[in-house]
Design a protein around this ligand. Structure first.
Ligand code: APR
Length: 173
């Protein structure tokens, strides 16, 4: 596993990184899960700014300030809802990661933390999502040399174990 990728167990709202990624919904109105936790920790300014963004398409990403979070930025992305794998879910999830990295590069973000996008309320199978996430993160680190460190922050043990197991399959860079 490339050393610029870290897989950790924890709460993304506590990460001291340039930007954290939010698994949002297309309205960008705060939901539950990691979206709810980020909005709760950031405070009301985040919802205010999200309102002005007028939503976000699946697979796309938009950036806001981090407000009361330790992170300076929040990159909001909207993952696919799992419908059995026959509605381009894999490609949409991959596009989420690419959209986030493109914004991170544009904003000279050096350190970035991702949750496990779409594997909670949106029901995407965790192992399948891990493979897509780690493949896209590895590809992005090759494409964007200025990005120093990417953390995948897993909230629960099952997700953490899945990422760790699958990361063993990925060769050192
Ligand atoms: N830090 C890191 N990860 C977290 C945190 C947290 N504080 N809270 C939850 N998670 C994890 C979940 O355990 C899951 O592994 O984030 C992952 C993604 O789960 P969800 O938050 O449910 O996100 P997702 O599956 O993409 O569904 C998005 O849920 O909250 C709503 O508004 C959101 O409609 C959107 C949908």
């Amino acid at each position: 596993m490339p050393e610029r990728i870290a897989i950790i167990r924890g709460d993304i709202t506590k990460q001291k990184v340039d930007a954290i990624v939010n698994a949002a919904n297309s309205s960008l109105v705060a939901g539950g899960g990691v979206d709810g936790a980020i909005h709760h920790a950031a405070g009301p300014g985040l919802a205010e700014e999200c309102r002005r963004l007028k939503g976000c398409e699946k697979g796309e990403a938009k950036i806001t300030k981090g407000y009361n979070l330790p992170a300076r930025w929040v990159i909001h992305t909207v993952g696919p809802v799992w419908h059995g794998g026959r509605k381009d879910e894999d490609e949409i999830l991959a596009r989420c990661y690419r959209s986030c990295f493109k914004l991170a590069d544009q904003h000279k973000i050096r350190t970035l933390a991702f949750p496990s996008i779409s594997t909670g309320a949106y029901g995407f199978p965790v192992e399948r999502a891990c493979r897509i996430a780690l493949r896209e993160i590895k590809g992005a680190l090759e494409k964007y040399p200025n990005i120093e460190k990417v953390s995948v922050v897993c909230f629960d043990k099952k997700t953490h174990d899945s990422y760790l197991t699958i990361s063993e399959e990925i060769p050192e860079e």
